[in-house]
Design a protein around this ligand. Structure first.
Ligand SMILES: [Zn+2]
Length: 335
């Protein structure tokens, strides 16, 4: 695991682990301490720089390159203010880039070898100061309710949440998390349409499994690579369709893996029966469940492991496709 702590002073996941930082990263470590930043995740720190919530990330260790994100007031962002930020770092040439996106001003600084910790800290502070000078800095209060530190019942402080930084009071954090839970519930709610087509999807997937199995059974020995590819990719495609439907019906609530296992077993069993139905109809124009079941029993014993192996490829593809397709929709935190 790439853990900041293996190179820096302490690991955010295991604060008890204290190690010597890599010599190449020493200046950055010093800068992080000078700026008073907290560990956010691997190779990233957050805190306040010149009063603005900020995120500092390691881009590259050799030569040292960093990414600094400073929260900006979205409404204040205009072409002129962005140009002003870029102008402030003109003398660094291609070693500095500025981009304002999604409520953050992003500064990338490259080729910082030979820079001291103080210099890097000053560079980050200078960037935050430029954000303020350009009129983009956010106010000192909670981003959502504007309660300032010391003024409300609870203080607004800078938080790191899923890759973003924001100054929020505890009440608003609870609200943001609750909103996200509600939004995810809404995004993943069951749909009547999916339930309506569910039987058709089940039968369709079984037929697709059967036809795919038949095609592979006929051509497997001729073109092994085609067989492998077909089994995995086409099986995955069928599984994905099944997964999407299962998510839409609300049946995937038990989790991706159990959903995929149950669906693979059910569709696989039905698919094998469908294959013999298809083979009988295709070759002899006969459509009989009874006959298909007899053939299935007889052939399973006869083909043995070869036959099971054919199913295995499809099952793996189907299972993976189904797990991906049934994945719950994620909703990002509204910050
Ligand atoms: Zn608030």
């Amino acid at each position: 695991m790439s853990c900041w702590g293996t190179r820096l002073i302490r690991c955010p996941l295991r604060p008890d682990i204290v190690t010597e930082p890599h010599p190449l990263l020493l200046p950055l470590v010093e800068a992080v301490f000078t700026l008073g930043l907290e560990p956010a995740e691997d190779d990233a720190f957050y805190g306040e720089i010149d009063g603005s919530p900020a995120l500092l990330k390691l881009l590259d260790a050799d030569p040292l390159a960093i990414l600094l994100g400073v929260v900006v007031e979205r409404e204040a962002v205009g072409e002129q203010s962005v140009d002003d930020l870029a102008d402030a770092f003109e003398e660094m040439g291609e070693r500095a880039t500025v981009d304002v996106d999604d409520g953050m001003a992003w500064f990338s600084f490259y080729d910082l070898d030979g820079w001291s910790g103080d210099q890097i800290g000053a560079l980050a502070t200078h960037a935050a100061e430029q954000v303020r000078a350009a009129g983009l800095a956010t106010g000192p209060g909670c981003r959502m309710c504007n309660v300032e530190a010391g003024q409300g019942e609870e203080d607004a402080v800078v938080h790191y949440l899923e890759g973003r930084v924001a100054r929020l009071c505890p009440a608003c954090i609870r609200l943001v998390v609750e909103d996200r839970v509600a939004a995810e519930e809404h995004a993943n709610r069951a749909h009547a349409g999916h339930r309506l087509v569910f039987p058709a999807v089940v039968v369709g997937c079984m037929v697709a499994w059967g036809v795919l199995l038949y095609v592979r059974l006929v051509y497997a020995s001729l073109y092994p690579l085609v067989d492998w590819g077909l089994g995995g990719v086409a099986g995955g495609g069928i599984g994905w369709v099944a997964g999407r439907n299962l998510r839409g019906t609300g049946l995937a609530k038990m989790g991706q893996v159990p959903t995929a296992v149950v669906a693979t077993l059910a569709v696989g069993a039905g698919g094998n029966l469908a294959m013999f139905l298809f083979a009988l109809w295709w070759n002899f124009g006969v459509f009989s469940f009874e006959l298909a079941f007899m053939f299935l029993k007889a052939n399973f014993a006869q083909f043995g492991s070869d036959y099971a192996f054919l199913n295995l490829f499809q099952a793996i593809g189907f299972g993976i496709g189904c797990a991906i397709g049934s994945e719950r929709r994620q909703v990002a935190l509204e910050l």
